[in-house]
Design a protein. Structure first.
Length: 284
């Protein structure tokens, strides 16, 4: 009798366990169906015009390579439109306001427009984006390693980091009027996209060149030769000093200014490479 009761209880437990497994299986199936429905609804929602980019606004000055603001805007908007064609894996549209390829748009614009320093993008509601560009500031002209007499120079412009980003036309305006002659980082036949050597020290060298104006000397050329700098004045005088020692060089010049005339061309060169000393040679 007891064995029969034990067998009944065991069968009841097995049936209960089976019902529980069935409930869990049905719950899992229902959950998967719900997830599929939600995912389908999400994908359907992403394809709706209300959340897809249809308006692209561009802000910023036209690039050096463009013919005007309107054409530049149209060009940058075209980069965005091209990058947003199609979909990701055939599921999510690339022009979705939530998933548009901002990094790809930015990289494409920067690759084709060297005169642009940065590209920012912002969402305008659910159907538009704004593209803002910041141009590189042309600090000065770079015209090679050294001036070559009798040869027409082919010059470029570079930004504050020493990055060469465009050729220089006769109408190109730069922050500094003088020309820089200096080696480039690495060996290259094409200066575009390269960087001027010792670019991190150039601001101090350019400050020194501008300071010479206060002493009557207007710099027209700055030449880097290793760790030395030649600054050629409009008068023809050459100022020689050690790169990175601009403060010492200017202090030495100021101390000897009563015996110097930087504007009349009477001095061939002034050597400031030795601390606290000024050596000069007058023209014969």
């Amino acid at each position: 009798m007891l064995g029969k009761e034990s067998s009944v209880r065991q069968q009841g437990s097995e049936r209960l366990a089976e019902r529980r497994r069935l409930r869990r299986r049905r719950g899992l199936i229902a959950f998967c169906i719900l997830v599929c429905i939600l995912m389908g609804a999400l994908v359907w929602g992403l394809w709706q015009p209300a959340v897809r980019i249809s308006n692209i606004a561009v802000y910023g000055p036209p690039s050096l390579g463009s013919s005007g603001g309107a054409s530049a805007d149209a060009s940058f908007a075209a980069y965005a439109k091209n990058a947003m064609q199609g979909s990701y894996f055939g599921i999510i549209p690339r022009n979705s306001i939530f998933f548009f390829p901002a990094s790809s748009i930015r990289a494409s614009i920067l690759a084709d427009h060297l005169d642009i320093a940065a590209v920012s993008m912002f969402r305008n509601g659910l159907t538009g984006i704004s593209i803002k560009t910041n141009d590189r500031a042309p600090i000065a002209r770079w015209c090679g390693l050294a001036p070559t007499e009798g040869v027409e120079e082919y010059c470029y412009v570079f930004d504050a980091s020493g990055y060469i980003f465009a050729t220089a036309a006769s109408s190109t305006q730069t922050i500094n009027p003088f020309i820089l002659y200096a080696p480039l980082v690495g060996e290259t036949l094409e200066p575009l996209r390269t960087t001027v050597l010792h670019a991190e020290r150039l601001p101090h060298a350019f400050d020194f060149a501008r300071q010479l104006d206060t002493l009557g000397g207007s710099v027209i050329q700055v030449i880097l030769r290793g760790d030395e700098v030649d600054g050629y004045l409009k008068s023809g005088t050459r100022i020689i000093y050690i790169l990175g020692h601009e403060n010492d060089a200017f202090t030495a010049l100021v101390s000897a200014r009563e015996n110097l005339n930087l504007s009349d061309g009477s001095i061939e060169y002034i050597d400031l490479r030795f601390d606290g000393k000024v050596y000069l040679k007058k023209k014969e």
